[in-house]
Design a protein around this ligand. Structure first.
Ligand code: FEO
Length: 386
């Protein structure tokens, strides 16, 4: 129970190998759904296809003999929309409330835009009275798809925030790291590209007295909400969240790895508040992505490969550029045994990023560390600490 009138009817998924086809979820995933019991009853979103039966059973138990008047579809990604048709088979009289774009998507995904049955098309700041409370809808395009809207229940101070403020992890497991760690990996993986759209919706919400946030993944967030709202401000403005340096590397025979570890040790010795080191061929790459958005300074170390850069680094830099990575200080380390070109290749891949400050010169390793390259790493450590 979230409030006496708002019930949680979501499900936990511990069988998923990759969320959205790419993110590991070692602690599972929650697909949240909510029921509002007012003079009218409203369900907010469904759940992943595999959990239709469990969700409908949970809904029926909370309804206690009542029937849903509305199904509010805030987001059409199938982890939330997959059971719309199944819901309507059970409750054919319910009115489906959604955006015009979402109804178009329903036709594409499920074969009908529901125009032949009760439906209500809503837009930005449309309202829906349930009796004691009136819901207000705020469009939130690209957070995380174009059809998304949030739902605001002023009477209870509850914001239903679609994917925003969500995190990886099922709700029947305690997350010892708290909200931010998996919320950050989720945010930068899934919404990171759309910082300006997140900023726009945060502005819309600025005057509301929000006391509870009900996202479509992760825990319901209760006051004080400062941690969550400030994190979303920082993340969506591509600000520096934590002082520190992240070193992302690839290495074939261990020499570039040795350089990365040596640089990390030099930084620690100089009192760097946090040094994160990621082997891009072996780590969970979305973890490296979140580190690289989190800290103010990033070092990329890689080998020259086919007159370009090593594949895992290339993929990693694409993860950053496609998510509008910006506003950072950058150090480069290249390794090459006959014609090093990796620093040039990395610069080229990063050239579309706004407001990057490159520390010069890039460190060059000719196959293995030597006196000269060790001195260059020392100089890079000094520059990163400056
Ligand atoms: Fe959780 Fe964008 O779907």
């Amino acid at each position: 129970m979230i409030t006496p009138d708002i019930r949680y009817i979501g499900v936990n998924d511990h069988d998923l190998d990759l969320f959205e086809g790419q993110y590991i979820v070692p602690d599972g995933m929650a697909y949240n759904s909510y029921l509002i019991l007012d003079e009218k009853t409203a369900v907010l979103d469904s759940v992943d296809a595999r959990f239709g039966e469990a969700w409908l059973a949970r809904l029926a138990a909370e309804l206690q003999g009542r029937r849903p008047d509305y199904l509010i579809v805030q987001h059409m990604e199938p982890d939330h929309s997959a059971n719309i048709m199944r819901f309507l088979e059970t409750y054919p009289e319910a009115t489906v409330v959604s955006s015009a774009k979402a109804f178009q998507m329903m036709k594409n995904f499920y074969g009908s835009d529901l125009s032949d049955r009760p439906r209500l098309v809503v837009g930005d700041r449309s309202t829906l009275s349930l009796g004691r409370r009136t819901l207000t809808f705020f469009t939130a395009p690209m957070v995380h798809w174009p059809e998304v809207f949030f739902t605001w229940d002023e009477a209870d101070g509850v914001l239903f925030s679609a994917d925003a403020f969500g995190k990886f992890g099922a709700l029947d497991r305690e997350d010892p790291e708290g909200w931010a760690c998996e919320a950050r990996r989720y945010y930068f993986g899934i919404v990171g590209k759309y910082g300006s759209q997140v900023q726009a919706v945060l502005k819309k919400l600025a005057g509301l007295d929000i006391r509870t946030i009900c996202p479509l993944h992760g825990p319901v967030l209760e006051s004080p909400l400062t941690e969550y709202l400030e994190a979303y401000q920082t993340w969506s403005s591509y600000g520096v969240e934590s002082e520190g340096v992240v070193i992302n590397y690839t290495s074939v025979y261990g020499h570039t790895a040795e350089a990365a570890e040596l640089l990390a040790q030099l930084l620690r010795d100089k009192g760097c508040p946090k040094v994160a080191v990621n082997d891009l061929a072996r780590c969970d790459m979305p973890e490296a992505v979140e580190d690289t958005f989190r800290y103010g300074k990033a070092v990329f170390a890689t080998t020259t490969y086919n007159a370009d850069i090593f594949p895992f680094m290339k993929t990693f830099l694409e993860h950053l550029t496609e998510r509008n990575w910006q506003n950072r200080t950058v150090g480069l380390i290249e390794n090459g045994s006959w014609a090093p070109t990796a620093a040039k290749g990395m610069r080229t891949l990063l050239e579309g990023c706004k407001n990057l400050t490159f520390l010069e010169p890039a460190v060059r390793i000719n196959s293995a560390l030597d006196t000269q390259s060790r001195a260059a790493l020392e100089a890079l450590a000094e520059a990163l600490m400056a």
